[in-house]
Design a protein around this ligand. Structure first.
Ligand code: 5AD
Length: 346
């Protein structure tokens, strides 16, 4: 098993069978070897620095009905909101003063925030913050829309594929949605020139080890600049309310594998990880993550953007909690980097 880990570390690729046996391996010594290798690889590329991104949750309205997601269209318990352009700009100003140089605009697929509106919003942020990176995470759009957002200054786009396996995709999504269309969107984003992020939920209902192997092979081929990976966490007002949460250990293991597969990738230690365990975020960093995304949304809307229950959004998860985050990272020997942190192939 050590040989496999060394192979992944040196050649950045494994066969499906090899990935499978690595995922199935429960030997503690092997798993900590994998984690150490991933941590070393991260430190060699980035030092003990963690990039920060200010996350602005711009709308919790969504036209989709993904079975796992708390803001799915048919959840009538949600109090819906959409931020105005001025509010978003105010969040950016606050973030800029705190030291953020990347703003991530994330939201449901809200048709009231039209392509024109998004374009104008990106343009305004670009005008006021020429030195900042703008990341969008607004779901599936037309190729033309992606192009327009890029042309006015968006640099990065996050769109998790959630699961590569088509049958499994259909377990998680309503029939109007399609895995192929999601992959098509990812191809467009890359073609246009975005630093593109994709990723998965770990332990979502119906997910098998073989599905995860397909995800690994897809991410190996696709070479995303960013990889988002977090455990599935049930939300009480969704059809998956009674499903168990995903495993932290499996999430960390996949994170380490992704680090060895793509040493230069930007990999966040996700909010879902921090929400499941008090030291989840630190564990993610120690497994090879190099990004955290504190919440910059107005505090009045934070609990409305509830993708899953008990989502961490305050304390060190909040942009105002940077000092606390700094201390948490210090305790494990890391520092916040206030650089923009674009993807750089080394
Ligand atoms: N548990 C964990 N992650 C979730 N997401 C959505 N719903 C859940 C949930 N119940 C993730 C999806 C999406 C990202 C924004 O949040 O992977 O891409």
């Amino acid at each position: 098993m050590r040989k496999l880990i060394d192979k992944l570390s040196n050649a950045h690729t494994l066969t499906a069978e090899e990935y499978r046996s690595l995922l199935l391996c429960e030997d503690a010594v092997t798993n900590s070897y994998l984690q150490e290798k991933a941590q070393q690889t991260t430190i060699t590329r980035f030092g003990r620095n963690v990039f920060i991104r200010g996350l602005i949750e711009i709308s919790n309205r969504c036209r989709n009905n993904c079975l796992y997601c708390g803001i799915r269209k048919s959840n009538t318990m949600v109090s819906r909101y959409a931020l105005s352009r001025e509010t978003i700009l105010a969040c950016c100003r606050e973030g800029y003063a705190l030291g953020f140089r990347t703003f991530v605009l994330q939201g449901g697929e809200d048709l009231s925030q039209t392509d024109d509106w998004v374009e104008e919003t990106v343009r305004s942020i670009r005008r006021e913050f020429p030195d900042c990176a703008i990341t969008l995470s607004l779901g599936e759009k037309t190729k033309e829309a992606y192009q327009r957002f890029f042309d006015v200054g968006a640099n990065r786009y996050l769109l998790r594929h959630e699961t590569f396996n088509e049958t499994h995709y259909r377990v998680l999504h309503p029939s109007e949605m399609s895995r192929n269309h999601r992959l098509q969107c990812l191809e467009w984003l890359k073609e246009i020139g975005y630093q593109t992020g994709t990723g998965i939920m770990v332990g979502s209902p119906g997910q098998t080890i073989d599905h995860l192997v397909e995800d690994l092979l897809f991410i190996e081929r696709f070479r995303p600049e960013m990889i988002g990976i977090g455990p599935f966490i049930p939300h009480a007002d969704t059809p998956f309310a009674n499903e168990p949460a995903g495993s932290i250990d499996m999430t960390l293991k996949l994170l380490s594998i992704f680090r060895l597969m793509h040493p230069s990738a930007l990999i966040p230690s996700t909010t879902a990880l921090a929400s499941l365990s008090p030291d989840g975020r630190e564990q993610g960093i120690l497994a090879g993550a190099n990004v955290v995304m504190p919440n910059l949304s107005p505090s009045s809307v934070r609990e409305k953007y509830s993708l899953y229950n008990n989502k961490a959004a305050f304390g060190s998860e909040a942009a105002e909690g940077l000092k606390e985050l700094e201390k948490q990272l210090e305790r494990i020997g890391y520092t916040i980097s206030y650089l923009r942190g674009d993807y750089n192939y080394v």
